[in-house]
Design a protein around this ligand. Structure first.
Ligand SMILES: C[S@@+](CC[C@H](N)C(=O)[O-])C[C@H]1O[C@@H](n2cnc3c(N)ncnc32)[C@H](O)[C@@H]1O
Ligand code: SF4
Length: 345
């Protein structure tokens, strides 16, 4: 069964670090957006979905009427769907949370980033720490039993005390999952090229990750707690369908891209550009993604030289083998391990 991703390209404000396909000045297009999504959805093969993920942008900026229509469209194909996730901003109201839960969404992910007032201002977030706390409590009250928060670390403002306080607050709340993202300075974001916004401190990073692991098991480089089946599906190399402006799909060894520009997407939502992946591309991706998570990869993927290099890493205790699959001992250094196995560097 395939995964379904739906992209909502609208936000109430733009965070300085963010280069996602999201806009704050296109609210007048929200109404038309459903018709475009519907048009694109109607062109895909009718099928039951393993998981659904509504991401963004900020899906919680869309009114509940949008989701009533969306779930009418999806419901014939979500009868056996295990997990329906949505991303939300901490400014989301209790009413919205209750209604989205009633529509069948069973996992919610809040972009919290930090519980420190000054750090939130630094990142240009549009909410306070207390709004984030209330949103999480409201989600629990609205009967969400699967609640994630995103935190960002390795920003110039971070130190042990600040991060410790973030985790103390996080773990006092009814969360089942935490995503901790190391700040990346992205092209196309307000902070493009400004590497001073990031703190390069490997010791602090390792300390932070270990602190999270004391409370929640790590199952991927940035993810801890109750496994998100949708994301695990990507890392396992399952096929997925991407709906919405700038969404990506993966079917039959090809990657499909819809148009990023919202105006263009609204005009021709079924227009796709296609990238054919070679067996070599797919193999490399399996190794990179596998080592970053509990998924691992099949030893049989490796050629003779790669196997030799994998053996070196095994001797050094950095990777291990279990039933013909190879796993990383430390997800944080997974990219370095993959590069060594594949390219010897
Ligand atoms: C689509 S957003 C989550 C929902 C909503 N838009 C919000 O921010 O409240 C996905 C997550 O990606 C992470 N993110 C985005 N840009 C990032 C960057 N440059 N570095 C690290 N994490 C980033 C943030 O933690 C953010 O919560
Ligand atoms: S982090 Fe979330 S809220 Fe901020 S601009 Fe990006 S998508 Fe929008």
């Amino acid at each position: 069964m395939r995964l379904l991703y739906i992209h909502i390209p609208f936000c109430d404000s733009k965070c300085f670090y963010c280069a996602f396909n999201s806009y704050t000045n296109l609210n007048h297009l929200k109404k038309k957006y459903f018709d475009a999504i519907k048009k694109q959805f109607q062109t895909i093969k009718k099928q039951n979905f393993y998981t659904v993920f509504i991401g963004g942008g900020t899906p919680s900026t869309m009114p509940i009427e949008f989701y009533e229509k969306l779930f009418k469209l999806l419901s014939p194909f979500t009868k056996n769907t295990k997990e329906i996730s949505i991303e939300a901003n901490p400014t989301t109201s209790y009413e919205w949370l209750k209604e989205i839960r009633n529509l069948g969404v069973n996992r919610i992910s809040f972009g919290v980033q930090s519980f420190n007032e000054k750090k939130l201002k630094f990142l240009n977030r549009n909410h306070s720490p207390s709004q984030a706390i209330r949103a999480i409590e409201n989600a629990k009250k609205a009967k969400f039993n699967n609640i994630n928060i995103d935190l960002i670390y390795s920003t110039a403002m971070d130190n042990k005390k600040l991060l410790e306080n973030d985790l103390k607050t996080a773990f006092s709340l009814p969360i089942t999952h935490l995503s901790a993202y190391s700040l990346s300075i992205e092209e196309g974001s307000k902070w493009e090229g400004d590497f001073l916004k990031r703190k390069e401190d490997e010791e602090l990073e390792v300390w932070f990750i270990e602190k999270i692991k004391e409370k929640l098991p790590q199952y991927e480089i940035s993810n801890f707690g109750k496994i998100c089946l949708h994301n695990l599906g990507y890392w396992e190399g399952r096929e997925y369908i991407g709906i919405g402006a700038g969404a990506v799909g993966y079917l039959n060894k090809k990657r499909y891209y819809t148009q990023k520009n919202v105006y263009e997407y609204l005009k021709t939502p079924t227009k796709l550009s296609v990238e054919k992946l070679s067996d070599e591309d797919i193999k490399k991706e399996k190794i990179f993604l596998g080592l970053r998570s509990i998924v691992g990869f099949d030893e049989g993927l490796l050629d003779k030289e790669e196997k030799k290099r994998a053996l070196i890493l095994m001797d050094e205790g950095k990777i291990y083998k279990k039933q013909n699959k190879i796993y990383s001992k430390d997800f944080l250094v997974a990219d370095r391990l993959s590069s060594f196995i594949l390219f010897g560097i």
